[in-house]
Write a new protein. Structure first.
Length: 230
């Protein structure tokens, strides 16, 4: 059985009893960063499970190895540094391999930064939300994705680097200054913050106080006007 396990996105206590039991019973744990995962395992008293890496640079080779172990009857657990495997992190290749070969797998629920940010933003409604992963680092791709977000009926949720956040907020302020946005920062950690206001106001705030830490950006669904003179 393959188990994809959601891990805490900040607070180490945010893990389910089922997840801990599965980790304790695993024959091998595949982790995005073994050093990071060791901190979590030791915090919960799990010190005797074999640990291997599973990241973007070895995912193809490691997937083949883990599939062999699954065929042999092993219990394989997959974790990433934070949140659900396969969401902007390794894991999906392994799921598809299991599907192709008829091997059993399950996904254990837990912390999810996009869902937390959407709810904590106060912008959640029956329309649901669009999750777009990380915004493109290049300005052209970023503007394309922001324009698409401003046209959607539902809210849009993205991950963004703190080093690029100001450029993104400035673009939002230029295109739709009155559109509500929320910067959800350091979720579940000591300095957790939800800052929601019109785009122009949020952009001005972070100009004077640059954001640090992990950022999830929520953009309200369509309702404002998008400038077309750029």
């Amino acid at each position: 059985m393959l188990s994809l396990i959601a891990t805490p996105i900040g607070n180490l206590a945010d893990i389910t009893l089922r997840a801990l039991a599965t980790l304790r019973g695993a024959d091998v744990i595949a982790a995005e960063d073994t050093r990071h995962t060791l901190i979590l395992l030791r915090h919960h008293g799990i010190t005797d499970r074999p640990l291997v890496s599973l990241h973007e640079h070895n995912e193809a080779r490691r997937t083949a190895e883990l599939i062999e172990r699954l065929h042999a009857g092993a219990k394989v657990a997959v974790v990433t540094d934070a949140g659900l495997p396969g969401v902007s992190d390794p894991g999906m290749r392994l799921v598809r391999a299991c599907q192709a070969e008829g091997l059993p797998f399950t996904v254990l629920p837990g912390a999810s930064a996009p869902a937390l940010a959407w709810i904590g933003s106060g912008l959640a409604d029956e329309e649901g939300f669009f999750y777009g992963g990380f915004l493109p680092p290049k300005s052209g791709g970023r503007e394309r994705e922001i324009r698409r977000a401003l046209e959607r009926r539902e809210a849009s949720v993205f991950f963004e680097s703190p080093h690029r956040l100001q450029r993104t907020l400035d673009l939002l302020a230029a295109l739709a200054p009155e559109r509500e946005v929320c910067v959800a920062r350091e979720l579940t950690k000591k300095f957790e913050e939800y800052r929601r206001a019109p785009a122009a106001v949020v952009a001005a705030h972070y100009q004077s106080k640059p954001a640090k830490g992990e950022i999830t950006l929520v953009i309200a669904g369509a309702g404002g006007k998008v400038r077309s003179d750029r």
